[in-house]
Design a protein. Sequence first.
Length: 95
Amino acid sequence: MKYLVLIGLLIFLVVLNVGYYNEVSDGEVNTIFFIKKSPTLRMKFFNIHANDGEYRRVDKLSNELRQDIIDYCKYRLGIVTEVKTQADIEMCAKR
């Protein structure tokens, strides 16, 4: 019984501290895992720079995609941004 509690606690800690995103490269999808800068229950993130670049213009972002970028920058890179300018998007790419 103790082992089940320990395994459950370990899984919970992994969920809080490990995230991933999918990277599309040459038609192949690769999953990239990372340690989050701050804990959250969210595990899957969207890295705008790991994909074909079709979303890189700030004026073409939907509110949902903008929030995905904000979350990625915060939890993957530790950068708090509102993604209102093109420079904000590029700032998340430099790391």
